[in-house]
Design a binder for this molecule. Structure first.
Ligand code: PMP
Length: 330
């Protein structure tokens, strides 16, 4: 018998393809192997479908979210989009706060799913009373029958990846991975997957990709444009002990790599651009038998007006010309 209709969509979360990325780097035949986990093929368009669904179903089981309830969350976009989709499928009202730097496509997507969106000021810290985190908390405190997944502190976020993405990857690659490269935002992805991988083989090296301007990677944190990554909340979901190296990446490098990769046929978001920038930098350290898995968290379609538009990225024609030349020459 067919599943109830909303479950039929939600059962498609996960089990994303793992594809060879060597064509992106023009690697020699005997070079290392890079594989990409195409997380933008989840129904809501990003890796965040996994943790959002896991946290919502956990809240339902524990009676924290009841029929007619409201889901409230602070999200730079994809977690919110996943929650908006799940809320629409399961019949919950959804309220999302986003920082101002969130792409207009993402805000429009949230609204298209029927979510109520509050666009908040870009602030240098999340403790600021006008930050999107503070605003979400304020809305939550005034709301009856509401559930806030609170991805930064909810341990079900990494657990989702420990129980699903980690084992899925391991099976796909038949245990042959040597390096794992992932963006870091709430750190659910990297901590959950790394925990599973290191339990299977402690020799796998885990590389975290952060924004160069985040609280974790900068002495003077400031707002940045690379959406999805950037560790600005340090909680137990950041398993520093499982991450061998953290690579801070500038917006410019993340954007530039995303654009270069699009010219090669993979349209990815800037966090994937940052991950592939790091992958490329690691090339010289890898041997021909190494296999590096990269998490490609979302698609470039959500950033057409930002990452893929010259107006948004460059200050003048000279910068545009320099960039176009670098895309062509690699
Ligand atoms: N990339 C993108 C595009 C994302 O939306 C997120 C989620 N913030 C991440 C990477 C990082 O994932 P996580 O929150 O699990 O660290």
């Amino acid at each position: 018998m067919a599943e109830p209709s909303s479950n039929a969509v939600l059962s498609q979360v996960g089990n994303t393809p793992l594809v060879n990325l060597n064509f992106l780097f023009d690697l020699p035949e005997n070079g290392p192997t890079f594989l990409g986990k195409l997380e933008y093929l989840n129904p809501g368009g990003s890796i965040k479908d996994r943790a959002a669904l896991y946290m919502i179903e956990d809240a339902e089981k524990r009676g924290l979210l009841r029929p007619g309830g409201t889901i409230i969350e602070a999200s730079s976009g994809n977690q919110g989009i996943a929650l908006a989709m799940i809320g629409a499928l399961k019949g919950y009202k959804v309220i999302i706060t986003v920082p101002k730097h969130t792409s207009s496509e993402k805000v429009a997507t949230l609204r298209a799913y029927g979510a109520e969106v509050h666009v908040c000021r870009d602030t240098d810290t999340l403790e600021h009373p006008e930050s999107y985190h503070s605003v979400a908390r304020g809305i939550f405190e005034k709301h009856a029958n509401a559930f806030m997944p609170n991805q930064y502190f909810n341990t079900k976020n990494p657990e989702a990846h420990y129980r699903t993405t980690g084992p899925e990857l391991w099976k796909q690659i038949e245990g042959k991975m040597t390096h794992f490269i992932s963006g870091m935002g709430s750190c659910g992805t990297i901590s959950g997957i790394a925990q599973y991988l290191k339990e299977q083989n402690p020799k796998i090296t885990v590389h975290g990709v952060d924004s160069a301007n985040s609280l974790l990677s900068s002495d003077e944190p400031k707002s940045y444009e690379t959406e999805g990554i950037g560790v600005d909340v340090i909680s137990e979901n950041l398993r520093r002990d499982l991450i061998d190296e953290i690579h801070p990446v500038e917006d410019r490098d993340a954007f530039q790599t995303a654009r270069r990769i699009a010219h090669k046929g993979l349209l990815l978001g800037p966090s994937s651009g940052a991950v592939l920038h790091v992958a490329h930098n690691l090339l010289s350290q890898l041997t021909s038998s190494d296999i590096a898995v990269c998490i490609l968290a979302d698609s470039g379609r959500a950033y057409l007006g930002k990452v893929f538009s010259n107006n948004a990225l460059f200050r003048n024609d000279e910068e545009v010309a320099l960039f176009e030349k670098s895309v062509v020459n690699g």
